[in-house]
Design a protein around this ligand. Structure first.
Ligand SMILES: [Fe+2]
Ligand SMILES: [Fe+2]
Length: 188
């Protein structure tokens, strides 16, 4: 088996199928410590790399890089707000629902009604992040760095591609496991 088709342990741990029977609290801990922590480290690093002025402003590539940096910053702002909302509001609510279901206590009541409402907002934000990354992928012709960039700045393009892959795995864990199971627990 070659390196390319070997499944790495981190990828196995992030497969939605492996989380269907486990506690949502554990899944939340896993998402925050793996996927949220990854984004919090990588997004500022990519921002710094894209902002480094390595090409003369009169070079046509400087305008492309400027456009990429602006699109990336818009994506970064949105996703960082999204992580904060999940960690400060939605995830603690899901933990309360799971605890109430297991202890047999009354379901918590939220000012916005069902947990399905904030979840649908998070799902829309996942879709927006996907679209923003698809736009970044298009304008970079599939994350290809323009010729003449420093190695450091070129590495930002690989990092962007890695962010897109990681976000896909991360969003699937939430969209396919965490969110539907939380809605199911509230309804039972
Ligand atoms: Fe998340
Ligand atoms: Fe999310």
């Amino acid at each position: 088996m070659t390196q390319a088709n070997m499944i790495q342990p981190a990828e196995i741990a992030s497969q939605p199928e492996g989380w269907q029977d486990r506690a949502l609290t554990d899944l939340i801990r896993y998402i925050v410590s793996k996927h949220h922590a990854y984004l919090r480290e990588e997004l500022p690093a990519i921002d710094r790399l894209l902002a480094a002025p390595t090409i003369d402003k009169s070079d046509a590539r400087a305008a492309e890089l400027g456009r990429l940096a602006n699109l990336f910053r818009q994506f970064r702002r949105g996703i960082e707000e999204h992580l904060k909302k999940e960690e400060a509001i939605l995830f603690p609510m899901i933990e309360k629902i799971e605890a109430a279901r297991h202890s047999g206590h009354e379901m918590p009541r939220f000012p916005f009604g069902s947990i399905a409402h904030p979840i649908s907002v998070m799902e829309q934000e996942h879709e927006r992040a996907r679209q923003e990354l698809a736009q970044i992928r298009t304008i970079t012709s599939g994350y290809a760095p323009p010729a003449g960039l420093s190695d450091d700045q070129s590495s930002a393009f690989q990092k962007l591609q890695d962010v897109e892959s990681d976000l896909e795995v991360h969003s699937r864990l939430e969209d396919e496991v965490l969110f539907p199971r939380a809605i199911g627990l509230e309804r039972v």
